[in-house]
Design a protein around this ligand. Structure first.
Ligand code: ATP
Ligand code: MG
Length: 434
């Protein structure tokens, strides 16, 4: 397309034009090697000072590391070269010169801390093991979409600028919208629910969510990407089935299409597609099992949120992805439906990776009166949500769904220590640019 040959496609015996970044120059005196890197790999360009035009050698060996060059020449077999071929250049053109002082070393010989890496993400992503994370993230998104198509759902996009929040007032980012107060949306929850009552019935969205969480943790971002699903006529168990299908498909896609990336991350042996159905524990069973591990100073009782150490202890105990179901209604959001005949027991569920929560979901309250009461109990003014509640008066089917954080999915899949590793340009308490 762009008239060049990718380094991976260069065959001995061909005249090729390759283009990319100067990874390294090794001058052995008389003979020198320039390693050129592009998105597919690396190739060796050989310079023989006695046999070649002095200007050509001067250009090739004088260019700073990480400059962008294009090289035309003959490819020959060379067993010691990366990829087994080397190119003898007929011409070298410098397309973009790099400064000799680099803020970080893309060859990876010198380690950089995460903050320096994030400040210089472009250079950081020239490292193939960093690039691998984002190739895998893209594969996760591709296979998640594929799983949603299997489920017969339609992709939607909903507003990110909204008049009101739903997931608790303190986590909202206020903005000014033509002189009026507005907010960045915390979740597409209400919009996706409105769509199950539309002609679409079963929908998914992959998009940003914004949460003004004050704390800086290795698993929270202030802007994250959420995978949301919602289906008419599903109950919470069917929503869990769909969740399991989507997560499993993401693992399958990575196993099938990202072997090279897994190798670059040293995960070719460690990476496992979950093979068993995810166990479904009730909240009551979960707190009993956590208490039995003896890891917590105080025993958990009905109604407690699960502390992070408790989640960890249970994750170790279960050893795979699992669901926690049947939560106390009081610690689940108002839009989650209670079990019929038990107002204290909610149909809400969380899907957990052994080290953290990945998903929250449940069957939704679709009865108008109950919903309006729920808003009031949550301390929200139902009138502000009239655009939403009103639609529950005109035939809103029973429905269920969930939300899954993309970064947490990638982070747990690859065993990354910090969620920021799974985002190109993270937003957190310290970081608003790049
Ligand atoms: P947590 O309790 O771990 O802070 P949450 O229960 O507040 O998460 P939900 O509102 O249930 O989060 O959102 C559903 C999913 O979206 C979470 O399970 C998680 O995967 C992801 N998510 C939510 N908030 C964040 C965040 N601040 N950063 C990254 N991912 C998030
Ligand atoms: Mg949650």
């Amino acid at each position: 397309m762009d008239g060049r040959t990718h380094t991976v496609d260069v065959n001995p015996g061909e005249t090729v034009t390759v283009a990319g970044w100067v990874h390294e120059v090794r001058d052995l005196g008389g003979i020198a090697f320039l390693i050129l890197r592009d998105t597919t790999g690396k190739i060796q360009i050989v310079f023989k000072e006695d046999e070649m035009d002095a200007d050509l050698v001067g250009t090739g060996l004088g260019v700073a590391r990480e400059s962008v060059i294009t090289v035309t020449g003959d490819a020959e077999e060379h067993s010691n070269a990366p990829g087994g071929v080397e190119v003898t250049p007929e011409s070298v053109e410098v397309l973009a010169e790099s400064d000799t002082e680099l803020p970080l070393d893309p060859s990876g010989k010198v380690d950089a801390d995460l903050s320096t890496r994030l400040d210089n993400r472009t250079l950081d992503l020239r490292k193939e093991e960093v690039k691998a994370i984002f190739e895998i993230r893209a594969e996760v998104l591709r296979s998640v979409r594929e799983a949603f198509y299997d489920l017969g759902s339609t992709e939607i996009n909903t507003p990110k600028i909204v008049a009101t929040g739903t997931e608790g007032g303190t986590e909202l980012f206020p903005i000014t919208y033509f002189g009026e107060e507005a907010f960045m949306n915390q979740s597409p929850q209400l919009f996706k629910q409105l769509m199950v009552g539309s002609g679409l019935e079963r929908v998914f969205e992959i998009g940003p969510i914004f949460r003004a969480e004050e704390h800086n943790t290795p698993r929270h971002l202030n802007e994250a990407t959420m995978i949301d699903f919602e289906s008419a006529f599903f109950d919470h168990t069917e929503a869990m089935d769909a969740c399991e299908h989507v997560v499993r498909n993401a693992y399958d896609g990575v196993a099938a299409n990202c072997q090279r990336e897994l190798e670059l991350l040293g995960l070719e042996d460690a990476f496992e597609v979950p093979d068993e159905a995810f166990p479904r524990l009730t909240y009551q069973e979960a707190i009993e099992r956590i208490n039995a591990t003896g890891e917590l100073d105080e025993q958990l009782v009905w109604g407690d949120d699960l502390p992070t150490e408790g989640e960890r202890a249970l994750g170790d105990d279960v050893g795979s992805h699992y669901f926690i179901t049947d939560w106390p209604s009081e610690i689940k959001p108002f839009y989650i439906k209670d079990h019929d005949g038990d107002a204290d027991l909610s149909t809400g569920f969380d899907m957990m990776h052994p080290v953290m929560e990945l998903v929250s979901g449940g069957q939704r309250e679709h009865r108008y009166d109950h919903l309006v009461t729920g808003f009031e109990q949550q301390g929200l003014d139902p009138d502000q949500f009239d655009y939403y509640t009103k639609m529950f008066k005109y035939g809103m089917p029973p429905h269920a769904g969930w939300g899954l954080g993309v970064e947490r999915l990638v982070m747990t899949m690859l065993g990354l220590e910090n969620i920021r590793e799974a985002v190109l340009f993270p937003r957190d308490r310290q970081r608003l640019s790049p």
